[in-house]
Each structure stands twice: as structure tokens, then as C-alpha cells.
Design a binder for this molecule. Sequence first.
Ligand code: GLC
Length: 722
Amino acid sequence: MNAKVDRMTRIESLISEMTLSEKLGQLTMTACGYAVTGPTIAGDSTEAIKAGTIGSLLNLVGADHIRQMQDLAVAHSRLKIPLLIALDVIHGLRTIFPIPLAEAAMFDREGWERTAREAAHEAAADGIALTFAPMLDVARDPRWGRIAEGPGEDPWLASEIARAKVRGFQGAQLSDRDALAACAKHYCGYGAVTAGRDYASTDVSERTLQEVHLPAFRAALEAGVASVMPAFTDLAGIPMTANRALLRERLRGQYGFDGVIISDYNAIGELLRHGVAADLTEAATLALNAGVDIDMMSNAYRTGLPAALERGWVQIAQIDQAVHRVLTLKTRLGLFDDPYRRGSVPESVAALSERRRFARQIGARSVVMLQNVRATLPLPGSIQRLCVAGPLADAAAEMGGCWCPAARTDTHVSVLQGLRAALPEVAISHAPGVAINGDDRSQIEAALEQCERAEAIVLCLGEAASMSGEAASRSDLDLPGLQRGFAQAVFESASTHDIPVIVVLFSGRPLIVPWLFERADAVLAAWFLGTEAGNAIADLLTGAQSPSARSPVSWPRSMGQVPVFFAQRPSGRPASANDHYTSKYLDAPNEPLINFGHGLTYGQFRYSNLRVAPEAVRESDTLGIEVDLANVGSHEAEETVFLFAHDKLASVSRPLLELKGFRRIHLHPGQSGTVRLSMPASELCFPGVDLERVFEPGEVEILVGPSAERTRLLAQTIVLKT
Ligand code: GLC
């Protein structure tokens, strides 16, 4: 018999031996807090594992702790079914890489894949077998703190990231010692929460679901993602955890997903607060009927499904199907063959130091240089006195950003530390000035005096790590605390003494700080870069690396513009200064302060000679796109070229721009080159009037350029033919 048939037989015979409580145990995931004395199971004793009534654990780290728990299941339970150990390994376990929004700015598939691979190495070395990543929620409202965890505002970019991350986490095959099962989350539409407030209701059209919120999940499925996590939120009144139409019918039925669906933390229990279940029996019934396999932390399956069975609300066949999917995943992970396969090979010192070197390189490639007037950066080699000011100047503990559950922040490198290491001959003073938040003004005067004695000021401002990520929505996206006042005092003093001010902005989202761009000589969006943050930033400030990242989100001028994103649909009355009755504000431009894709380098690139062939294509054809670039600057640099399309006339109003590709090119000063991209014409299909996929004849604009700023794009019109 082949391995798959053999595996199925083994699983079916195991299920035939299981009691109901053992079956429900395999559908139960419990959090594990660990104290000095060893792991304590939140809400459950270790007896439950020995009794086979827990099948998976989350929030447990450390090879010893994990082995201890695995022993309870494998050595002491009746059927010896191994535990599935899971954790949010979002951007690293102990070596922390940039937050996902920062990594999205790299526009580098290989980089995205490799950081996931490196994180999988570290996590599997602990014994972890599943990560609750990648988070694929497209977000266009920066008030939402979880924009930090995701791929930014564009569904095509999100899909590219989805593929790379699933490949990276899962590796060649799930049974490999360093493979992590990935989990595409949070299905779906979570990024559209009302008013950017986390966990709030979402309500988007079927068209927006298909065009914006579902593509990345479909890409993850195509890449073979092992699990999916429904969002906490309701979608038009139906909580995703109970959403039979989108889970059982769409995800499993239409998209063919046969992996494991894991609820979010207590999400089944929260169906009571959603007002769609009166008790855990009803909640468990809704979730199981919708297709949710594992109940994370609500205990609804163990306590509610027995009664649901008795009442005929669910059938034992459904429970067996869910158990079958869970046991199939454990089998694919190799847990039955060797439950200790992961966690048995500690990472070598050489591997860890190589990983930190890589993290430094990734950090530098995730920083977006938003502004650099008078070529302030890179710092001149002659500099002797530098002041590193602001509350994030020496804030190593903040550099990891959100979701670093197991990292020791004392191993993170601050900007001050990074610069002092990179410039040992330079006198580098430190002037925090104010705290990230709070109203203590006592250090401002001293800080200003420090700044006045410097030849250049690196002003490190922004959010604390806790101000983005889950449950971290903000209604005011200016700098918190007294930072704005302090920064303006620094600008004032610096302009008096003709000292350049370089702002390094730390945040989990685009901030709304137009006043800052008016005064700063240079602005780097450093997001949160992880363990090697300070060294990565120093590499950019000194010119050891040229900034190359591009913003994966638009930066609004004001909250009044939100949501602002490049893929807007046209209006019947597009903005016109000459016509009052058009789509515009009386008090602000429509365009964002910073466009999607914006990012400066130390080079200066000229685009010319766009060629698109063939000029008429069928759906099965492939378009070839070429554009010439010249680096007319004085520094070598890497430019990211974007490919957009605009379907000007179709049966449905199409977005003004749709991202369809990118390509990077590295050029030395004075060097020229040609960027070549190809695009299957089928990429120009879209959901037609009846939401069925169509390829419509007619003209389409193909556009190429450095960002979504329309005025900087070269365009050529082609014809689609059937
Ligand atoms: C959290 C998050 C989810 C995470 C899970 C486990 O509440 O919503 O993204 O994977 O719980 O930590």
C-alpha cells in the first residue's frame, strides 16, 4: 500500500479506538504559561494531557518544557497521540526580524521566504511544530494596530508575501525536522474593522472580499498552507468563527482546502458575546457546523459538543472528520514517527550568529527613506560630533515591535549602540529629551543643549512597541506624549545653528506627522526592525548600505483622509480644481502625503523607453514589459520598479491602478540598465458583474514607475482580445 493509503488506514483505525472525550481532546488547544517551576497549563492541569483530553498547546517555548509536555502525551496517555505545539512565530522566535509591515517594504520574495525559514529553524529547535503565521489581512486604516503584523494595503503584494511565507515556514516537506506548519490568518476581512478599532465589526461587499481580502488566502492555499485561522470579527453580522458560507462552503468547498481550521483565541466562546449563541453548546455547534476543527482556549468543544450530539445538532461523523484532519496534520508533521524530532537538535552558535548577520541585512533593507533633502544622508565621513536624541534613541526593548513572545529584548541593539559601534571615532552624545509617552519636560533643556553641540542630530521618535499590534488601535496618529513639542524645539534650535536633523521614525503603522516632514532634513521609516535594529540603521546612516525599501502603505496627510490607498475606484466626478462639483475635499488634497511604493535611495534613477509587447493579447498570452533605467546619482543603489495596470473601460468600474509586479535593479553611478518584467494576460481578469471571473476585450493601460504616484509613471496602452 502507498504511504498515503497507509496513513489514512492508521488514522482511521486510531479514530475507531478513541472515546468521545479523546476525540474532543484532539479538537482542543490550550494555552501554556510557563513559570520558573516549569509549565503550568492555563485552565487545565497536566492530568488533562495524560487523559488525552488536550491535543495541542500554544504559548509554550523552551525545548525542555516542550519535551516535558510531549512526554505526558506520548508516554502517559492511553493512545499516545503526540501533542501539536504551536506559537505565534510571526517575525522570528529569539532572533527577531523586522515586523511584517516592515518586511513587506523589502519587495523581495527571497528575503520574505528566508526570514520565515530562519524563524522556522529557531522555533523547531524548541520543538514547536506550527506557527500562527503568516497574517494576511490587507489593511487600509492605520488606526488599526494590527496593520503592523500584515502585508500592507495591497492584495497582490499580500499574495506574493503569502506564497513566500508559506514556503519559508513549511519548507520542503512538513515532516522535516525544521518545518513549521503555517497558518493563514485571519480569514477574512479583519483589516476592514469599523473605524480601525480592533475586533470591531466588518462589513465589506462580496466584490471587495474577492478583490481585496481573499486573494492572499487563495495564494496561501495554492502554496499548500497547512492551516487557516478565522478572524475574531463578524462579516456583515456573521462571525467568521461561525461562518458556514465562507468556511465550509467557500474555503473548503469552492477552494478545496482540506487542512485544519483553528479558531482564534477563545473565538468560539466569544460567539456568545457576538450574540449568536446562548451557551457553549450552541457556540460549539455553530463552529463545528461551519468547519472549525480546533477550539483554541474556549473549551466549548469539550464541554459543549457532547450535549450537541445528544440533541442531534451535530453528528459524530463531523467530529470524526475534524479529528481526522487534525491527526492527518500531526502525521504529515512526522509527529507519530518521532514526536521528539523537533527540539532535539539545538542551534549552533555559528548558526545563531549567522542569523543575526542576516537579520541586520534584512533590517537595513526594510527601512524606507521617505525624505532626504540636500542629500543630508549618508552622514559625511568627516563628522566628529553626533547627537542621538529622542525617546527611541536608546530603546533596545522597543526594537522588536509586536509579537516577540519569546525574545529577550536585552539582546536587541538600539540606535545609540549601533551608531557607537559603527563610528567608534565619533563623539556621540545621547539626549532622550522626553519619554515615548507622558508629560515629563524636565530633560528637554538638557537635550537641546546636547543637540546644539553636534554637527548632526539623529532624532529617534515614534511609538512604543506596544502601541501597535493586537488590541492596539489608536485614534490619533501623531507622535504620542510630548514628542511633537520636543521635535519642534529640536528643529528650531537646529535651524538656528544650521545643524541637519535626521528623523528615524519607529512605528507599527504609517503615522500622521505632516509637520515633521516640513522641518526634517531626512526621514527614515524604521518601523520596528528587531534584534539588529540599531546596527541596520547605522549601516544606512553611514552609507554602508543604501536604503532600498519602499512603503507598502500610503501615508495620510490627516485622519480625515483615512482610508486613503492607491487602488481607489474612479468617481463619476473625478477631482478637478476647475469644477466645484467633483470628488475632493475643500480643505485638503485627495492624494496621500506619501504614496504607496515611495522610497528614496542614495542613487538617482531616470526611467525611459517603456516597451510593452505584444500590443494585443489573448488571456493565454504573456506580456513582456521593458523599461530603461539610468542611475544619474553619485551613489550605487537598488531601485524597485513597479508594474501597474489600469483597465479604463470594463463591465465593472476598475481601480485607477492595480499592482501587478515589481522588479529590483542595482546600478552604480552612471550605469544604465533595462528592467524586464513579464505578466500573464490572465492577471487582467477580474470578477465581472456577476462576480464570475472574466477576461474582457478592450484597452488596458500598462504603467511602470517608482511608486503609485501617477505623475511619475510611464504608460503604454495595449488591447485585450478574445
Ligand atoms: C490572538 C490573535 C491571533 C493569535 C492567537 C494565538 O488573539 O488574534 O493572531 O495567533 O491569539 O496567540
